[in-house]
Ligand binder design. Structure first.
Ligand SMILES: [Zn+2]
Length: 112
C-alpha cells in the first residue's frame, strides 16, 4: 500500500518502506515506477528478515559504513539493502525472479 506522507522526510529522501507500507514524499511519486519498485524491494527484504532483523542490520550496516567513510550519503548508499534496491530498481520484473536473501550478494559486490 502506497501512502502519501510528506512529514517524515528530510534531505533528499523521496520514499520509505516500512512493511506493509510505502511512504512517498510527493503525491505524484505514487506513479513513479522506479521509486515504487525500489521501495518494494525493501518490503521484500523486510519480509525475508522477519521485519525486525532488517532494521537491525540496516542501521548496523549504516553505522559501520559511517565509521568507515565518515560520510552519511556514502554510508547510506553502501548499505547492502540499498545497493540491491538501487541496482535493480529499473528492472520492474526483478521481484518476480529474485532469489531469497538476494541482498547477500551485495555484501560481496561492493565497489567502494
Ligand atoms: Zn532504499
Amino acid at each position: 500500500m502506497v501512502i502519501f506522507f510528506p512529514f517524515i522526510f528530510s534531505g533528499n529522501f523521496q520514499g520509505m518502506a516500512i512493511f506493509p507500507f510505502i511512504f512517498v514524499r510527493y503525491k505524484e511519486m505514487k506513479e513513479n515506477q522506479t521509486l515504487i519498485n525500489h521501495e518494494r524491494i525493501h518490503l521484500r527484504q523486510q519480509i525475508e528478515l522477519l521485519w525486525i532483523f532488517f532494521f537491525l542490520l540496516y542501521f548496523g550496516e549504516y553505522l559501520v559504513n559511517f565509521i568507515k567513510f565518515r560520510n552519511s550519503d556514502r554510508a547510506y548508499r553502501s548499505i547492502s539493502f540499498e545497493q540491491e534496491a538501487y541496482f535493480n530498481e529499473k528492472n520492474l520484473s526483478y521481484l518476480q525472479h529474485r532469489k531469497f536473501w538476494n541482498f547477500l550478494r551485495y555484501y560481496y559486490k561492493r565497489k567502494s
